[in-house]
Design a protein around this ligand. Sequence first.
Ligand SMILES: [Zn+2]
Ligand SMILES: [Zn+2]
Length: 783
Amino acid sequence: MVVDVKDSDDSEAFNFFGLGGCNEVGRSCHIIEYKNKVVMLDAGIHPALSGHSSFPYYDEYDLSKVDILLISHFHLDHAGSLPYVMQHTNFKGKVFMTHATKAVYRWLLKDFVRVTSIGGENRNDGAPDASTNLYTDDDIMDSFDRIETIDYHSTIEIDGIRFTAFHAGHVLGACMYFIEIGGLKVLFTGDFSREENRHLHAAEIPPTRPDILISESTFGTGTLEPLPELEKRLTQNIHATISKGGRVLMPVFALGNAQELLLILEEYWSQHEDLQNINIYYASSLAKKCMAVYQTYTNVMNDNIRLSMTNSGQKSSPFDFKYIKSIKDVSKFQDFGPSVVVASPGMLQGGVSRQLLEKWAPDPKNLVVMTGFSVEGTMAKELLKEPHTIQSSVNPDLTIPRRLNVQDISFAAHVDFQQNTSFIEKVQPSKIILVHGDSVPMGRLKSALLSKYSSRKGTDQEVRVYNPKNCEELKIGIKGLKVAKVLGSLADEQLIHLKEVVQKELDKSSQIEELEDSEVKTEMEIDGDEKEKEKEKPKEENGNLKTGQFLSGVLVSKDFDLNLLQLQDLHEYTQLSTSIVKSKINVKINADISLMKWHLEQMFGYINILNDDEEEWECVVMDVVDIFIDRTKTGNGLYITVEWINDNLMADSLADSVIAILYSIDASPASVKLSSHVHSHNHTEVKSEQQEDISLEKSAHANSEISSRVHRIASLLEAQFGESLIPEGDDKAVIKFGKNEAKIDYLNLTVQCASKVLRDRIENIIKRGTALAAPLSQFQKTV
Ligand SMILES: [Zn+2]
Ligand SMILES: [Zn+2]
């Protein structure tokens, strides 16, 4: 449930800064800033340029400010400079991409390094130039492990920046990012296509409407041929060329539409016996690896692929081809007669495709099919102009006659005008920033969109369209917008109320089921001025729900999120260690007394139990903090009252620690262990460790004294990992768990481990250990 809090004077700007890919196709890299958070979108290279000039304008922005870098897909114009950013700039943010993108990215960049180190020879001056090596293999491998992955439809939140990945079509692993910062919603499309092909999902419409859409505009107002017609034109051209004894070259990007083309060719060959003695080659140094990746990631492909796997009894993948041979380079290729070669690179800047082009160009029987988007300034683009001669890549002084037939049959999986506008129509952004398009098509798209939405000008629904240039700062004023989520029992109450309202008005079970999900479903508006007074008036929006009821609760702000909830739900929903400036606090935890006692004893060694009868339970911690439990209150969990006399800082700090422990019991990994194996010997071990700790605890009471912290973390880890935890000196330890090994540094609080799962688990325990040790006043207090 969401409540919009309107706040008129809280107007802050959203900044967009394009370091590349603005009014051009290539070196995509955009910075978005809002409320001091910085997200970078893509880190590409420009395929038509070489060396540092192929990079986005990294010098124009302080990359150390970037919190998160999101990579949309593996194409070099989106990911080609990532190792440079991670290894050779002051960037220190986190990097995310999908699993499939990461799998492909590694091979692709290694190949790119290999090609560019040779590629020096292909430069205009003809001289090899080692300095054109943008980064090394080592850079790729050193940064690779630091790249984190995101699943489609999963949401990750880091320091108040929340982002979700959606299918974008285009190529395997490509995603759109739906980003939320402080209530502002931004959708970045990356490259996307709305047409399902033989193996990919079409781009999705995210369920929530973004305020700002950052969209590619590659084809501007152009119209693409429908896929079936393209396929027909392609296969007919190929068939005709082969019938008259010609050769067919299809320059492709090593991965992406190459795989789609191979699926098309394989199917066509299987249906035409007369072609089956003609070889199809897939020529790329990455050919084998590419195929392996595609065979691995069929799970993120569409139903066509799954269907064909089911039909074949899952014995073979659709990417196990019968008529297509993968070859590494032309040395394996015997050019004796008609053949079809699908070869990289797609832009014909060098490599196998360029070699074959130069060899086959003089013969008019031959055919070259341009199947992708040809970037301005490359041989691919040049060839589309059907020049009489082409330049030799080996010897720039040599020209080669061009008589072979050139066909432009583009399978570049981008949206055309109709697809893009219908996408925008469905997504309903109020601001659109166009990127990834050459100036002319982009400008045309902008004008077309503005005229489409001209009737809304000056109204609330006005749509603004921007097409900034590289390094041109775009500031968009955002009307103060605060969104508060209503959570926990407060939300449940509201949902029950709303359910009643709906039930009266409608008899559609589906709608009611939807309401049972206590997550964001219903939007309501709050009168802004009242938000401080904890009184909110929900109003009808988004759907058929109407209510005039007032809500009251505690408004909690974390990063930019405002959460409205009841006090007892604070821990569950905010994970905040909280304190109230009062000498009495009620806490409800889902644990029993023995577990609570165990946790308190872990921290304080001894607790003085004053009362342990049927009606009530009471103890005193360190003679200062009184813990009282009313056992007559039934239901799940314990209703705990913590009382103390806050006449000095120490009492406050001690009470804070007690409350922090109580709040953390539910989430404690030790709790899980304890409740499932109450009599495990680890229990006693932990306890004796803790006993040593008490003296320290007493002297440096709830203080983050280092040795105390080390002890605490060590005992938490031991409770979890038992004998697998091997101490190394005073401040280090190793956990050996199955095949995995994790190195822990207690002083720096770092964990080194190849297994992300294990590392995350250990890091969580350390975080909890540290949180327990520090006095609560060091935490964010927001009540
Ligand atoms: Zn792309
Ligand atoms: Zn692109």
